[in-house]
Design a protein around this ligand. Structure first.
Ligand code: SAM
Length: 247
């Protein structure tokens, strides 16, 4: 029997999820940065700032920004590691990668950045290679998350962290109805008005609901072999940053 998984609220075969996720990101790539600012009212910048601060990345480090998309984190890491270090912006989707490269090159962020089209589930890098890995709002879209976590563990150097920034479960329960209304009504409307693409933003809301909650993701990281795993709720748990180390 064919293995199935979810694409938003739909149950689909594994290969179909890969195809459908690719469709979403090909479709949103051109408006991705604008929509991120609109939907989060700019707060995604603070969540990303926190991720950078928690990464412990220093000059000379080699960093992998996985599912890096248009390169928000990669841009900042490029400055943090300096000319002796390197940043690899990896993403499965060539449209997102292209937007990222264009943006960073236009901003003059060049020299210590490389772009790699890669699937998080089978990373094309040597063992024990990176000083830090980030995956921001990416893991939710990966079909085989366990395989992706194992692959990230393999390419991390011992003693170094993986940081997973992702939508999670709000902890202030009375706010849930407002959050639901925002997710299922406002997001598709913004998608329709500003990107002519309500379906991709409906997928966003649905995929957030299907993503593992804080404790489940922490357990998945431990199961994959990460140690000292912990998470930090941001904006009341709308988003959580999980961090774990390869020891
Ligand atoms: C919501 S965007 C996040 C982009 C960026 N990290 C950010 O925080 O703005 C999710 C990204 O995950 C990428 N992605 C989805 N599945 C992936 C996979 N299996 N391997 C690598 N990247 C993947 C998508 O192509 C997309 O660029």
């Amino acid at each position: 029997m064919k293995k199935t998984t979810h694409f938003g609220f739909e149950e689909v075969p594994y290969e179909e999820k890969v195809r459908k996720v690719a469709g979403v990101f090909h479709s949103v790539a051109g408006k991705y940065d604008l929509m991120n600012d609109l939907m989060s009212m700019g707060v995604h910048r603070l969540w990303k700032r926190y991720t950078l601060d928690m990464s412990g990345v220093r000059r000379g480090d080699h960093v992998l920004d996985l599912a890096g998309g248009t390169g928000d984190l990669a841009e900042k890491f490029s400055r943090m590691v300096g000319p002796q270090g390197s940043v690899t912006l990896a993403d499965i989707n060539d449209s997102m990668l292209k937007m990222g490269r264009e943006r960073l090159v236009n901003d003059g962020i060049v020299g210590n950045l490389q772009y790699v089209q890669a699937n998080a589930e089978c990373l094309p890098f040597p063992d024990n290679h990176f000083d830090a890995i980030t995956i921001a709002f990416g893991l939710r879209n990966v079909t085989d998350k366990e395989a992706a976590l194992r692959s990230m563990l393999r390419v991390l150097k011992p003693g170094k962290p993986l940081l997973v920034l992702e939508f999670s479960r709000p902890v202030i329960k009375p706010l849930n109805p407002i959050y639901d209304a925002y997710s299922f009504k406002v997001l598709p409307l913004l998608g329709k008005l500003f990107a002519d693409d309500p379906d991709s933003y409906r997928y966003l809301a649905e995929s957030i609901r299907k993503h593992p909650d804080q404790e489940t993701l922490k357990a998945m990281m431990e199961e994959a072999g990460f140690e000292q795993c912990a998470y930090y709720n941001l904006s009341g748990g709308i988003v959580a940053l999980h961090r774990g180390y390869k020891l």
